[in-house]
Design a protein around this ligand. Sequence first.
Ligand code: KG4
Ligand code: ZN
Length: 429
Amino acid sequence: MKTLAIETSCDETSVAIVEAKGGLTNPSFETLSNAVLSQIKIHAHWGGVVPMMAKREHQKNLIPILRKSLVKAELFKNSKSGAQNPKQIPNDKLKIINKILEREPKLLEQFLKFIPTIQTPKIDAIAVTVGPGLEPALWVGVNFAKALAVFWKKPIVAVNHMEGHITAVLLKNGKNLKSKIRSTKQIQNSKFKIPIIQFPAIALLVSGGHTELALIKKWGDYKIIGRTRDDAAGECFDKTARMLELPYPGGPQIAKHAENFKKYPLTFRMGGWTRREMEKEAFNIKLPRPMIHSNDFDFSFSGLKTAVLYMLRDMKERHININDFTPMICHEIQQAIIDVLLAKTIKAAKEFGAKSIILGGGVAANKELREQMKKTVARELAKTTVFHLPPAKLTTDNAAMIAAAGYLRASKKNFTKPENLIVQGNLGL
Ligand code: KG4
Ligand code: ZN
């Protein structure tokens, strides 16, 4: 089955085409294309994602990204002179498309210029993110999916973005498995090995808006056993980075400075301080690990954020140049977040006898988190528990993961009629 997926829940516009087989019991995927356009540069200026700007950008970007994705998946030939011979759209169909995209005039204009000029691609379903996320942004993708489904007469699958972050783990790195690997032996030996997830599994989902622990008994059966009571882990990275005057998004910035700190030789001077002096005399900065020992699987990161705020205020009052300490502070913020995430995940895995641990969401791009989690699972849990990581590139928002989750839903015949499709900003798993 070939699924075309659309993702517009936040600040990435993405369209992917993924081929899948195996159903719910043994799903496997081949990503034919996964075009992603990030709006980070536009939002960075404002220190975070501006929903109405995201909506505007998605409108502008969806048709070019769809085109790119179709070309890469070899479902449409790009001709230099542009597509030819627009089909005459019957009046009744034109009326429906106009109505569906009435709130996205820029997208409507491009839709009518491009879609009628190409052949209906050989896909079996359209999957689209309906939540959670920013509602104005989600609506653009959802209305686009509706218009395509009506125009091409294809079924729609409504996808939960967080389920997408879980199923990203089923996707392989690299564009085309078949073209890279020729024998079964190669598949077994290769880094492109198809992951087989054993249940029960515990998924740690960490993104800009979510920090959740989910118990998975089988594909499609998810139960949230813990979540953040205030800020998400990604939000904590972003907000503390902002306090340090680092650009948005803060996660990768904090990670970069933290890595530099690790590389400092103890005697190398930076801003007048050696690392040894920083650690020993000045501020052996120690931030709290909120709720690390609490008797549940919940998280809380706002206390950590406040602790950073007070620490910086104190440093300023003492006329200390904060820039000198940025790498050290970043290292400690990152480690505090990682310590809590690891402790709760291991606790959940032990309690529920997890055979698999899955890491997903934008924060899963964090190299230290990935590496420390791998080591901790190997050290703390039985050999039968396997740690599964999505390819690093597929941890942040993309449509390939939405196609994977969409395929699982389609396997249960879980389709939604275009007229019933709505977005839910706070949709739970
Ligand atoms: O899943 P995602 O792309 O979007 C949401 O659904 O929220 O996650 C974005 C979040 C941001 O908070 C960003 O700072 C964080 O993921 N992030 C990272 C890293 N890369 C992205 N956090 C820590 N380290 C990273 N390398
Ligand atoms: Zn996400």
